[in-house]
Design a binder for this molecule. Sequence first.
Ligand code: FAD
Length: 391
Amino acid sequence: TFEPLASDFYSYESLLTEREKQAIAELRAWLEADVKPIVGDYWERAEFPMQVVKPLAEHGVLSYGWDETKPFENSAVFRGFVAMELARVDASVATFVGVQNGLATGSISVCGSKEQREEWIPKLASGEVLGAFGLTEPLSGSDSAQGLRTTAKRDGDSWTLNGAKRWIGNATFSDITIIWAKDVDDNQVKGFIVPTSTPGYTATKIQGKISLRAVQNADITLEDVVVSESLRLQNANSFRDTASVLRLTRAEVAWAAVGTAIGAYEAAVKYAGERVQFGKTIGSHQLVQDLLVKSLGNITASLGMVVRVSEMLDRGEQRDEHSALAKAYTTARMRETVAWAREACGGNGITLEYDVARFFADAEALYSYEGTREMNTLIVGRKITGSAAFV
Ligand code: FAD
């Protein structure tokens, strides 16, 4: 049965349908029982818990949103709550899903032909095929709209890809990676579904991360990688199409930021109720209450924002600047909140045993990926002033 979250202070979950609440309750129970107990260990070993993939697919998490596989009628608000729920337990698992279901499946759903959607989306939804999304490069991060160096050259019915990608999530184990490359003939960005077994494709795990350690990120090299025209995303004709995928996923990252903040806050509330100093629980001290109340304020404001952004998506009203503002704002509030939660846990706040340290560290990656705070700010700034400051 569905139990409302105490940290959803203004009861936004009441906007969900009964069917959606049931799906959240089932997902929450599985995350608490099977995922929460193992994530700290995987984080420390910098390994991804592959055993979560099948249950994620069975819970429908890898299907939500896409017409080819959607298990039941659901709203963008519901899908946001799913992202929040995952991140509330572990931001690495939420990121795995964001890459698989948002970036990889999303690229095929938004930019693929009907045949491509029918061929790939069911396999991605079942977890039979794992996907990654390769946009960022060693020399091009924030400026990837203009600065991509990976090239695509058409020759008859095939394309040859050359270049390098960096930071690509899930790419150490993905079966396909969506590669974004510049067509040397028309200079436009195009997308390709690249099977990772293709000769010339190599992915190497990035070592030594201090954030989202359980997520696998890779450096990819592409040396004369040949793919057929049937693997080119048929409706990706310029970076504008890539951006339409990112608009959707940025809003989901904003939800995951709220989930990460809630995870840290709930760990701090629990700790504040147990830890005794000066003869009473630390939660009875005024300054600790202040940390908790400021955190709840951040969470509640952020939740209101992401709910609204998803309602706008459901109504077909969401624009790039709407999801950019949500991503910039909620990740900034998350960063404050995880720091306050860590502070409330004192020294134990820097150990994995009390969970809050993992949320604290993971927040840094959410803050920077899918557009840094600065880049998302500039997207909104362009809307306000009519002047694009990043060009
Ligand atoms: P840079 O672009 O070099 O920026 C460095 C700093 O300069 C930032 O603070 C930035 O805001 C600032 N800056 C740059 N230009 C401006 C400007 N004009 N005005 C003001 N400030 C500016 N990419 C993928 O394609 N696929 C993935 O799956 C993926 N997963 C990721 C997972 C993780 C854990 C991380 C850390 C990154 C991932 N990325 C992925 C890449 C991510 O999207 C980039 O890191 C991000 O876009 C920023 O690019 P950059 O790191 O090259 O930073």
